[in-house]
Design a protein around this ligand. Structure first.
Ligand SMILES: [Zn+2]
Length: 260
């Protein structure tokens, strides 16, 4: 595979197997011919839709072979990109290159990030799935759909008009012994209030939670287990406290109101 060396104006050169190529011509059928930057050399690459189609010729010159330490550094980069997936690729590049320069000085030309970019991102893509561009493209792996008892947890996956995911286990709902109550509009309203807590300003959350919780327990004492669970997990827990799940400040199109 080749790497494009980009400037702000777009790709200006291609690096492929230790040689550089410049764009010679673009054909009407969509293919592009890149020729070796060594003027006396007739080697060329034919590329269509960013895929290398044909490699022509043998180079009649020696190329700038990188030293063993550079090859090892690039190899280290490629491995680190896959083993340390939570670290940004540019940061890994900068750290490894700065260590290399400290140990080897700055005399030797080191490949610029742009030359390695596509290789490193492709390497990382082999261990990480692609980020979805929209909620519709979000794929839920099986491990997130089942619970530890291998019971289905995803009971709702509505695609349109907006993606809505709902998770609950049927066994847990049955244990609450509240199927009749769940049909009541007043219960549905209070449950919706609890589910909407992330949308409230953070200083209103605790009061709103207690209002909804009290209403539910008054309707049926069996709601106490559910209310206690929500309180323990999302209100008082230092791990998932409201600061972590509050979305009030990330809502971009909030209905405007004069009420303060
Ligand atoms: Zn050549």
């Amino acid at each position: 595979m080749y790497s494009l060396i980009r400037t702000q104006k777009g790709p200006t050169a291609i690096y492929f197997e230790n040689n550089f190529y410049r764009l010679q011509k673009q054909n009407k059928n969509g293919t592009k011919r890149w020729v070796c930057t060594n003027r006396s050399c007739s080697c060329s690459l034919l590329i269509k839709d960013e895929r290398l189609q044909i490699v022509r010729g043998q180079h009649n010159h020696t190329n700038e072979k990188p030293s063993l330490s550079i090859i090892q550094t690039i190899d280290n980069l490629r491995q680190t990109v896959c083993s340390n997936v939570s670290k940004p690729i540019t940061q890994i590049y900068n750290e490894i290159l700065s260590t290399y320069r400290q140990n080897n000085g700055t005399a030797e030309l080191v490949p610029m990030f742009d030359m390695l970019r596509s290789t490193l991102y492709r390497d990382r893509a082999t261990v990480l799935p692609k980020l979805p561009h929209s909620l519709h493209r979000l794929i839920l792996p099986n491990v997130f759909i089942k619970n530890l008892y291998n019971e289905n947890m995803l009971f709702c996956d509505k695609k349109r008009p907006s993606r809505i995911l709902g998770f609950a286990s049927i066994t847990a709902i049955k244990q609450l012994d509240l199927p009749d109550e769940l049909q009541k509009e007043s219960v549905k309203r209070q449950l919706a209030n609890i589910l909407s807590l992330p949308l409230l300003p953070i200083n209103k959350i605790i009061a709103a939670f207690h209002d909804a919780a009290d209403s539910l327990v008054i309707i049926n004492r069996n709601f106490q287990t559910f209310v206690d669970y929500v309180e323990k997990t999302y209100i008082t827990s230092p791990k998932f406290n409201p600061v972590n799940w509050n979305h009030y400040n990330t809502l971009s199109n909030r209905p405007r109101t004069n009420n303060q």
